[in-house]
Write a protein that binds this ligand. Sequence first.
Ligand code: GLO
Ligand code: MG
Length: 345
Amino acid sequence: MPGTFRFSFGPWNIHEGADPFGPMVRPTVPFAEKLTLYKKLGFDGVQFHDDDAVPELNDKSSAQIEKEAQEMRRMLEGEGLVAEFVAPRLWEDSRTIDGGFTANSERDRQYAIDRTRQCIDIARAVGTNFMVVWLAREGTYIREAKDAKLAVERLVTAINQMLAHDSDIRIAIEPKPNEPMDLAYIPTIGHAIGLSYLTDDPSRVGSLVESAHAILAGLDPSDEMAYALAHNKLWSVHLNDQNGLKFDEDKAFGAVDLRRAFMQVWVLDRSGYGRNGEFVGLDVKAMRTQKAEQATQHLSNSREIFLALLDVVRGLDAERIDSLIAERNYELLEMEIIRALMGRS
Ligand code: GLO
Ligand code: MG
């Protein structure tokens, strides 16, 4: 039975268009207004940073954080939405300039773990037991700056502390090979999954594959997804697209390479992704040139492209494909796929 897919995105995916060389070009959309857009755009799940759910949480008591997170849960319910995950935003604080869990300073490492424990509490209060950890600054600008083996051990220690903090929490590592760091310690899904097996409870540590991050590592996103699926560790995805090896562009899904996007949909659909409640997350950003009025179209467009590619995947003649594979007629197989993508089959 073919599954149905549910879609999610994070509030950061509706953004003001600032980049490292220039200021905002669109007004900020207030969080409550963003929530009203989800259903209209065809989305059911919200991906949170901890401080999207509870702003300025470093200045608040645990009781206050709990109260505000519960209010957020009621806001979600009011919109008919659910929280997919909460992620600790560990890359903006002055204490994480040189990384969080792998910082050389013990005080800074302690901040990172304390903040992550608060993130877990927020996740539970907004109604999910799922946390995504993007290891943004866990790497170096120069290799001599940190001990790379110790860094991995420190990541394991940190994850064990997260697992111990809440016996139900499930953690997905979101790897990325570079940006903001020159070189990250956990650059690919293989690294993330390897790390999971070093922890105290590998059954509660999985992964999130982001298409652009795989491309930045020179890898094929659908293969990264398949690798995680083979370990039962593909717990979320950040679909988007990327024009080669440069900064992380977060382009609309399929906007650069439709066939590469098709393969991701193929792998997800054939594996039954979504049957355990996994969401199809879209980590996409509007172009800086986009005027404010249309600055949510990249989200509905990405979803539309996913669903159109799903039609292509499901419209293929499975027997015909199997026989072309059996005959090793890959030239024709390729042509049939391209014809299907061009609507000419
Ligand atoms: C940046 C990441 C980032 C994460 C988000 C959730 O490159 O893709 O957007 O996905 O912080 O962890
Ligand atoms: Mg992402």
